[in-house]
Design a binder for this molecule. Structure first.
Ligand code: CA
Ligand code: CA
Ligand code: CA
Ligand code: CA
Length: 552
């Protein structure tokens, strides 16, 4: 995104963020309006406000189901938001309390911290006081099991750092910063998790946009040392610095994704970064060092959102990056990029024009998902920005690039019922109602979210797969899953933290087209030993769990 400076004094008076240094300590002035609140009041959720355009009910192949899900409510936005408050807004979806129903955290990015909801099969109910009580406004939130006890903890990403909340095993959370040793002084954006050093536990990587040290390489990569403690090993990652539009040199990372793009068994990094600083970072020497393989093909000007999958079904991971599409502006408007893994070893080439995904307005969060279950990954991404002098980005429509099955895409959002012109930021694409059709959650900056339920009625088949891993990686983040059916083999990797400010459940969803049988599901499991497994005889149109060969 483009940087603009704001007159700071008047604006800062409205900020609710902490001012006392890292980890969200220091000043904890109350939010302007109540957040999650206390005493189980349920916070600010004034449900079913039909006048909110971003949740107005609509029908189509995708229906705007926000109101009927209980997620349409007023949030006190800030007309005088600072630049960094314009960037935030994330969605995190996971079953943190293991009751079989998904939980949802919505971060607003303005004024107040986010709120926690749980799905009851019909609606998302506000959980009120849950113990996730960030002391400052948060940009995003992440469910991740930091202490390896099998229960998902929570990380709140904030303007001045992070706060960690530990799952108490009884439906709540307790403050846990001191436990983990994770402490940030920098503005923290998207997070990704993977076992980068292949020792069996999940390590963490945080993006930091626009603040801090040039080449400082601090607070990015946190190695899990066991027992829930982490150490900052960012020296292993050569994060690029860049110069912004107002000539400020810094590090501008927005969306890191761990992906083993050279298929050698360790998690590499693809980073969508602002100001021509996106990077291809190959994990070398078992995690000792990430090598910067960024070539001239990596040409996005304002990398913001990102998604990684094998879109062309050739067995390797490809990379989509959102940026700014504005043909009226030189050097700052050449749009999205799709980088295809040309050799299976991470030599990425720009195939944006031949695939047709360049024009996405002011893009943010993105996902790959097979929305019509035809066996070919589609792309959704949201967008929008309140950029002075460029009013068209205030109401630009989120885009849906449906795959034509031949490596090309056609933008079909309006035709399929997706009308979203708000300030979208984070995106999660997941089948929340478990009906075999992948749905879409969009975080709106300073507002309640938007949910598009996928109601397509085609006769295509699918299979959804949950993996049960071992040790400190119970969801087998980093596993490679290959599903073979009559029309061929499809490949997906399990990722945690796979988009701008957002993450969804670890469930993998494969569309199968008209294939009504599955030959085999082959899994290469993450962690020590490089175990693999093959599962045969699975039926289509169901959600299944596959266990690690060593799981008890
Ligand atoms: Ca590890
Ligand atoms: Ca690798
Ligand atoms: Ca590929
Ligand atoms: Ca669904």
């Amino acid at each position: 995104m483009m940087v603009r400076r704001r007159a700071g004094i008047g604006v800062l008076a409205l900020l609710t963020v902490s001012c006392g240094g890292g980890g969200g300590g220091g000043d904890t002035s109350a939010p302007v309006t109540g957040g999650t609140g206390t005493g189980g009041t349920g916070g600010v959720a004034v449900v079913s406000t039909p006048t909110l355009a971003h949740c107005a009910a609509s029908d189509g192949t995708f229906s705007n189901a926000t109101s009927e899900l209980g997620l349409c409510y007023e949030v006190p936005g800030d007309a005088d938001a600072t630049e960094i408050e314009e960037l935030g807004g994330g969605i995190a979806i996971a079953d943190f309390n293991r009751d079989g129903q998904l939980d949802l955290y919505v971060a607003y990015g303005q004024q107040q911290h986010g709120e926690l909801f749980s799905f009851d099969g019909t609606r998302f109910a506000n959980r009120g006081a849950s113990g996730i009580e960030p002391s400052a406004m948060d940009i995003a939130g992440y469910f991740v099991d930091v202490d390896g006890d099998g229960m998902k903890d929570f990380i709140s990403a904030q303007v001045e750092g992070v706060e960690v909340f530990i799952n108490d095993g009884d439906g709540g959370f307790v403050v846990g910063n001191g436990v983990t040793n994770i402490d940030h002084d920098r503005a923290t954006f998207s997070m990704a998790a993977a076992d980068y050093d292949v020792d069996g536990d999940l390590d963490l990587f945080f993006a930091h946009w626009g603040t801090g040290y040039v080449g400082g390489q601090q607070e990015y990569l946190w190695e899990n040392r066991g027992g829930g403690t982490f150490a900052d090993v960012s020296y292993r990652v050569p994060v690029a610095s860049s110069v912004s539009a107002n000539h400020r040199a810094s590090e501008y990372s927005f969306t890191p994704i761990f992906a083993d793009f050279d298929d050698d068994g360790d998690a590499d990094l693809l980073m969508a970064n602002d100001f021509e600083s996106s990077q291809v970072l190959m994990n070398a020497f078992g995690g000792d060092l990430f090598l910067d393989l960024t070539s001239e093909e990596i040409s996005d000007e304002n990398g913001m959102g990102s998604a990684v999958t094998d879109y062309d079904r050739d067995g390797d991971l490809d990379w989509f990056v959102t940026s700014i599409w504005d043909p009226d502006v030189a050097n700052n408007g050449s749009g999205n990029r799709l980088y295809e893994n040309a050799d299976g070893f991470g030599s990425f080439v720009d195939v944006t024009d031949e695939t047709g995904v360049r024009e996405g307005h002011w893009g943010w969060g993105a996902c790959f998902a097979d929305f019509d279950n035809d066996g070919h990954m589609d792309i959704f991404h949201t967008n929008g920005y309140r950029e002075p002098g460029r009013p068209k980005f205030r109401t630009d429509p989120s885009v849906l690039f449906m795959s034509n099955g031949d490596r090309t895409f056609t933008e079909r959002s309006a035709e399929l019922g997706i009308v979203h012109t708000d300030q979208g930021r984070g995106v999660v694409c997941t089948d929340y109602n478990d009906d075999g059709r992948v749905d879409i959650f969009v975080a709106n900056n300073g507002k309640s979210p938007t949910v598009f339920r996928n109601d397509h009625d085609n006769a295509n088949h699918y299979i959804a797969i949950d993996l049960e891993g071992v040790d400190g990686n119970p969801e087998a983040i980093g596993a490679k899953v290959r599903v073979t059916s009559a029309s061929g083999t499809q490949f997906q990797e399990v990722q945690l933290g796979n988009g701008y400010l957002s993450h969804g459940p670890a469930t993998l969803h494969f569309g199968l087209g008209r294939d009504d049988a599955i030959t085999a599901v082959d899994v290469v499991w993450p962690g020590p030993g490089a175990h693999s497994s093959r599962t045969e005889g699975l039926s289509v149109d169901q959600r299944v769990a596959i266990r690690h060969p060593l799981a008890g």
